[in-house]
Design a protein. Structure first.
Lengths: 240, 297
C-alpha cells in the first residue's frame, strides 16, 4: 500500500488559492525531493498534508486512511490527530520552543503514544545524527544559532515514530557546509518502510541523492524540474 | 514590621494563585479570562454547600477542612471548564479570538454574578475556619493559624503545579503550547484539549484562593470582583505568562498592599497597586518576567 496517495488536492489561505488540483503517490521507502522557487507552494503542500492550511479540498490517503477532505476553516484543528497517526513535520521557521531546553525540545517530538517511554534511546539516536547537539542538551533553545535550531527542529521530527517525514527547506538560511551536513544526515537515515519528502530550493543539494525529484511551479507538480526553477540556469540560481 | 511582612505574604499567597491562573490561561491559549472572578465565586459557593452538608453529618476537624479545600478547588475547576466550553472551544479558531473571548468571559462574569444572586441570595456566606483558631507567637510578633495555613497551603500548591509543569509530559505539552502553538500542533499537542486542561488547573488554583480568602472575608455574589482585579494587576506586573515573574509580582503587590493598609489607608490600596503596575509597564513592558527569563526571541 502506498504511504501517501494524494488526489486532486487544492489548498490556500482565505481568497488565495495556492495549490491547484494536484496529485501524487509515494511508495514505502521512497525519498522524494520537492524543488521550486519561493512562493510556488512547497510549504503549503507540506502543510496541507497535516491540515495546516487556511482551507483545503481533495483526498489525502495516508496508508489508506483519509486524512484530507474538504475543510473551509479550522486551520490546524486536525493537525494533532493527523500527526499522531505517524506523520512528522519539520516546519519552515523551525517552530521550536524557545524557553525549553534542547533536551525538552527533542523530547517533545516523542509526545505521542508509546514513544514517550523510549525517548532516551531515541534521543541518543538523534545525537548520533546531529553530534553538535550533544553538548547543548541542557541549553535553552532560544539561545541557539540558526543552524543549531534547524537541527533541533529536524531532530524533533525524527524523534517521533513516524512513517512519513516532511522536511521543509532544511538548507534555508544556513551556511553551505552546515546545510550539506544536515541534508546528508537526512539522506542517511534508515526509513524502513516509511517515506520522506524534502522540500528544497537548492536543487544540487539533493539531486541524484533522492529517489525522485519533482518540481513545484505555481501550485502544481511538474516532472520537469527545470520549469519549476524558472528560466534561471540551475548553476546561477543556487548559492553553493 | 514583622506583622506587615506576614500580612504581605498572606496577601501574596491568596492573590498569587489567581494571578497564576490568569497568567497561564493567557500564555497558553491567548484568552484574558475576565470570568476568573466568576470561577472564584463558584469555588466559594461549592465549598460553602459542602460545609453545610458536612456540618449536617456532624463532620468536623480535618475531614471538614480538607473537604472545604478540595470542594472549593473542584467547584472552580468545573467552572473553569464551563467557561472554556462557552468562551474557548467555540471561538478558538475564529478570527480575533482574543477580543471575542475577552467579551465572552466578561459576559460570563456579569451574568454569573446575577446567577449567584438568584441561587444564593445577597447574604454573605461564611466558611468554617479551615486551619482552626489560635495563634502562634514568633518572637515579638505572632501569626494566626489561618495566616500560617494560608501561606503553607498556597506555597505547597504552587510548588506542586510548577513541579508538574517541569517534569511531566502533560506539563511539558502545556509549556510547549505557551511558547509556540504551531510547534505544539506539529508534535501532536491539541490546543483544544490542552487548553481545557489549563482552564481546569487555573480554576482549581483560583478555587483554592477563594477558600483561603473566605477565611477572612465572606462568600457573596460579588466576592470575586476584587480578587479578579488584584489578580489581573499581579499577572500584568509579572509579565503575563511567566510563572517566576508572577510569583515576584505577587510578593511585590502583597507588600505594597500591606504597607499601604498599615501606614496609609486601606482605601488607598487600589490607587497604589495601579500606580505600581503602570510604572512597571512603562519601564518594563514585558513585566517582571522579562527580567527573570533568559529567552531570546
Amino acid at each position: 500500500m502506498a504511504i501517501l496517495e494524494i488526489e486532486g488536492l487544492s489548498a490556500g489561505y482565505g481568497p488565495v488559492r495556492v495549490l491547484h488540483d494536484l496529485s501524487l503517490t509515494i511508495e514505502p521507502g521512497e525519498r522524494l525531493g520537492l524543488v521550486g522557487l519561493n512562493g510556488h507552494g512547497k510549504t503549503t503542500f507540506l502543510s496541507a498534508i497535516v491540515g495546516l492550511t487556511g482551507w483545503q479540498d481533495g483526498s489525502v490517503l495516508f496508508r489508506g486512511e483519509q486524512i484530507g477532505g474538504r475543510r473551509t476553516h479550522g486551520m490546524g484543528r486536525k493537525t494533532p490527530q493527523i500527526v499522531r497517526r505517524g506523520i512528522a513535520l519539520a516546519p519552515q521557521g523551525d517552530a521550536i520552543f524557545p524557553g525549553l531546553s534542547v533536551r525538552e525540545n527533542l523530547d517533545s517530538g516523542a509526545y505521542t503514544g508509546a514513544t514517550w517511554r523510549s525517548r532516551r534511546k531515541r534521543r541518543e539516536r538523534i545525537l548520533e545524527v546531529f553530534p553538535p547537539l550533544a553538548p547543548l542538551l541542557g541549553q535553552t533553545a532560544g539561545t541557539l544559532s540558526g543552524g543549531e535550531r534547524r537541527m533541533v527542529s529536524v531532530g524533533r521530527a525524527l524523534m517521533s515514530d513516524a512513517s512519513l517525514y516532511l522536511v521543509d527547506e532544511p538548507s534555508l538560511g544556513l551556511a553551505p557546509k552546515i546545510s550539506l551536513n544536515l541534508v546528508a544526515a537526512l539522506l542517511e537515515i534508515d526509513l524502513g518502510d516509511g517515506a520522506m519528502i524534502i522540500a528544497e530550493q537548492n536543487l544540487p543539494l539533493i539531486e541524484g541523492r533522492v529517489d525522485r525529484v519533482l518540481g513545484m511551479h505555481a501550485g502544481d507538480l511538474k516532472l520537469d524540474v527545470g520549469e519549476a526553477l524558472g528560466d534561471v540556469p540551475p548553476a546561477a540560481g543556487v548559492h553553493l | 514590621m514583622i506583622e506587615v511582612v506576614i500580612s504581605a505574604l498572606v496577601l501574596a499567597s491568596m492573590y498569587g494563585l489567581i494571578a497564576i491562573g490568569i497568567s497561564l490561561t493567557w500564555a497558553s491559549i491567548g484568552m484574558l479570562n475576565l470570568a476568573q472572578g466568576f470561577i472564584f465565586t463558584a469555588g466559594g459557593y461549592t465549598a460553602w454547600l459542602y460545609a453545610q452538608y458536612a456540618e449536617g453529618w456532624g463532620l468536623e476537624g480535618v475531614g471538614l477542612s480538607a473537604g472545604v479545600l478540595i470542594f472549593g478547588m473542584l467547584g472552580s475547576a468545573l467552572a473553569g471548564l464551563f467557561v472554556g466550553a462557552i468562551a474557548f472551544l467555540p471561538l478558538q479558531d475564529r478570527d480575533n479570538f482574543r477580543t471575542r473571548s475577552l467579551i465572552a468571559t466578561l459576559a460570563i462574569s456579569l451574568i454569573g454574578t446575577q446567577i449567584w444572586l438568584i441561587l444564593f441570595g445577597p447574604q454573605n456566606k461564611p466558611l468554617p475556619p479551615v486551619f482552626g483558631e489560635g495563634r502562634i507567637e514568633i518572637g515579638p510578633a505572632g501569626m494566626s493559624y489561618q495566616q500560617l495555613g494560608t501561606i503553607i497551603v498556597a506555597s505547597v500548591m504552587l510548588a506542586l503545579v510548577i513541579l508538574w509543569m517541569r517534569s511531566s509530559r502533560r506539563g511539558l505539552q502545556m509549556r510547549a503550547m505557551m511558547m509556540d502553538p504551531l510547534g505544539a500542533a506539529v508534535v501532536g499537542v491539541s490546543v483544544r484539549s490542552t487548553g481545557m486542561r489549563v482552564l481546569a488547573i487555573s480554576g482549581a488554583l483560583t478555587g483554592l484562593s477563594s477558600v483561603l480568602l473566605a477565611q477572612v472575608f465572606f462568600v457573596s455574589p460579588t466576592s470575586g470582583v476584587q480578587p479578579l482585579t488584584t489578580g489581573l494587576i499581579i499577572s500584568l506586573a509579572g509579565g503575563l505568562g511567566s510563572i517566576p515573574g508572577t510569583v515576584a509580582a505577587a510578593g511585590l503587590i502583597g507588600l505594597a498592599e500591606a504597607l499601604t493598609a498599615r501606614y496609609l489607608q486601606q482605601s488607598l490600596v487600589p490607587f497604589v497597586l495601579f500606580a505600581i503596575v503602570v510604572l512597571i509597564l512603562i519601564f518594563r513592558p514585558r513585566g517582571l518576567g522579562g527580567l527573570l527569563e533568559d529567552v531570546r526571541e
